[in-house]
Write a protein that binds this ligand. Structure first.
Ligand code: 5GP
Ligand code: MG
Length: 173
């Protein structure tokens, strides 16, 4: 059986929301240099669109994290498979993530970066699966709150497929 892809957030809705998020970030950091840390791979399209709307001086770095767990949920055990290349100490740092589900991955990474003493540390995510959260992580900038269900497109994959889709879709297997 072919999987069914149901569009839930269109490319137009994404771009409109990104302009609002960027306006908020531009106001909050007004003129202060910002180090953006993207969590690969799912974030690559969101981050590319977002940074082009930012007005302060921006530097960009990436990490790749592996969350262990079964297909449906994260266990909270996280490994860094590609670490930062830039120094975050004494810088305003904004972590950018595609989607936050249980919150365990981002919780691990926030704690990890805090140890390196940034000047400030905030989190921006495109999608927030709030109802599945099992830990408390403050999210500073959220694109869309979404229901449970597996989302693909706009950078998000299922077994490495569908990242190129311009709209965010729910995958019905
Ligand atoms: P956590 O449960 O730790 O918050 O989420 C772990 C990771 O699972 C996220 O960073 C994200 O990459 C992935 N993930 C969670 N929900 C979805 C989803 O609906 N679609 C896709 N493609 N990845 C997801
Ligand atoms: Mg991710």
């Amino acid at each position: 059986m072919q999987p069914v892809l149901k569009p839930i957030i269109s490319r137009g809705q994404i771009q409109a929301r990104l302009r609002e998020l960027a306006a908020q970030i531009n106001r909050d950091y007004a003129g202060q240099p910002l180090l953006i840390v993207g969590i690969l791979k799912g974030v690559f399209i969101f981050l590319a669109d977002l940074v082009r709307l930012l007005e302060m001086p921006v530097r960009i770095d990436f990490v790749r994290l592996r969350s262990y767990g079964d297909r449906d949920s994260s266990s909270g055990r996280v490994a860094i498979t590609k670490d930062l290349e830039l120094d975050v100490t004494d810088r305003h740092v904004l972590i950018v993530e595609d989607i936050i589900d249980s919150g365990l991955t981002i919780q691990f990474f926030v704690q990890h970066l805090q140890q390196q003493r940034p000047k400030s540390l905030k989190v921006c995510c495109l999608l927030d699966k709030q109802e599945r959260r099992t830990c408390s992580v403050p999210l500073d900038y959220v694109g869309f709150v979404v229901a449970r269900g597996f989302l693909v497109g706009y950078g998000l994959d299922f077994a490495e497929d569908y990242r190129q889709f311009p709209d965010i879709c729910e995958l019905e297997l």
